[in-house]
Design a protein around this ligand. Structure first.
Ligand SMILES: C[S@@+](CC[C@H](N)C(=O)[O-])C[C@H]1O[C@@H](n2cnc3c(N)ncnc32)[C@H](O)[C@@H]1O
Length: 367
């Protein structure tokens, strides 16, 4: 990977960070013009060379060690202590931190993988699962790249869908009960004809598949999940902690394995009488083009034995080999999250582009 490709990745990450994440947007813009810092990413294995991994490794150190000057620019590390991040450019402090901690960062980059488990994405999947379940069919849910499996618990959260333009009514769905002393409420702005579910769908069976599963009951694992969250977004730390509390009462089963090689064996563990729904969010971008094709081929092979629905929340720019309908990859917002739904019924495959969405589920614009 050359300097040009590294710069492109950081520039693209700055674009993706957008208004909600000014700190990482600034880092992305600055590192794109700073090859020396960008090259730190080369310590990561080729399939993990995403800017967010560098940010997570830096954040991991800051979360565990209070003494670093750079912490002052991280809203999540200051707001709770009623401090304000200093004004001015945070990048010189970031750069200096990276230079001073190069060896430690190199070690972390070599061994860690991006594991962000974003429960906000449940608000994107819920309408699809609810529609599939509408015929009173219980669901067998398999989440590939499940991380800690928090998105397998979408029937335990509460949802508030609010029309983006301020017209129309807020639609609330999901439980009001407290689990593990915690309630998770996900708020999602909507535009267009989102098929808003009347109830959370019945989940008869669930399982996650991940190459390095996170154990919600282990503090160090939970800390790594926190390190993967973007510091500007205080609400995400709060909902992550709430979801971890819910999950720790009855953690979802997660199988360690590869989402291509171990897919069929994992499907075989699920209730054969329930309708299989496979979800994948921000994981297929970590595969190379050939493995992405192999994943789709494997789903085709699974469909020879049982009907299924697959819903992906991925960026078409980064996953061009998925069966996106024509035109989606050229969408002016193809770098954002798009929802792809593929159904197999009696071996016959249908494909639909459902929506454009915020990567963390803050909004859902139906196509
Ligand atoms: C960015 S996280 C997304 C987690 C979750 N899907 C979500 O949306 O919250 C990507 C996850 O995919 C897993 N992963 C990456 N490549 C994989 C593969 N080939 N097989 C299984 N899991 C994989 C990583 O370990 C990580 O937990």
């Amino acid at each position: 990977m050359d300097d040009e490709e590294l710069a492109r990745r950081f520039r693209e990450s700055a674009r993706g960070a957008g208004r909600r994440a000014p700190l990482y947007r600034r880092f992305g813009e600055a590192i794109a013009d700073d090859p020396e810092t960008a090259r730190l990413l080369l310590h990561a294995p080729a399939d993990q060379r995403m800017p967010v991994l560098l940010y997570a490794c830096v954040h991991w150190i800051l979360l565990r060690e209070p003494g670093h000057e750079l912490r002052r620019w991280y809203p999540n590390l200051t707001v709770r202590r009623a401090e304000k991040p200093p004004g001015g450019d945070p990048y010189p402090a970031f750069r200096e931190f990276c230079a001073r901690n190069e060896e430690r960062l190199a070690g972390l980059l070599a061994e860690r993988t991006t594991q962000t488990n974003e429960v906000g994405r449940c608000a994107l999947f819920l309408p699809v699962l609810a529609e599939v379940a509408a015929g009173d069919r219980p669901i067998a849910h398999l989440d590939v790249g499940a991380s800690a499996g928090l998105n397998l618990l979408l029937d335990r959260y509460r949802y508030r869908y609010e029309p983006d333009d301020g017209t129309g009514e807020t639609h609330t769905v999901g439980g009001s009960s407290t689990i593990g002393g915690s309630t998770v409420e996900l708020v999602c702005g909507t535009r267009g004809d989102v098929p808003l579910p009347r109830a959370v769908p019945p989940i008869a069976d669930r399982i996650g598949l991940d190459q390095s599963p996170i154990d919600v009951t282990r503090t160090a694992d939970a800390d790594w999940l926190r390190a993967c969250v973007w510091p500007d977004q205080a609400d995400r730390f709060d909902r992550l902690d709430r979801a971890l509390a819910v999950a720790s009462v009855d953690p979802p089963p997660i199988v360690r394995g590869d989402l291509v090689d171990d897919l069929r064996a994992t499907v075989a563990r699920l209730d054969p009488d329930a309708h299989l729904v496979v979800t994948a969010s921000w994981v297929l971008n970590y595969l190379d083009a050939e493995r992405r094709r192999a994943f789709v081929d494997t789903l085709d092979a699974v469909a020879a034995d049982r009907d299924l629905t697959w819903c992906a929340a991925e960026s078409p720019t980064l996953t061009a080999e998925l069966p996106w309908p024509a035109g989606v990859a050229d969408h002016d917002r193809a770098h954002l999250t798009h929802l792809l739904r593929v159904d197999w019924r009696a071996g016959h495959r249908t494909v639909a582009h459902l929506a454009v969405a915020h990567p963390h589920g803050y909004w859902l614009h139906w196509a």
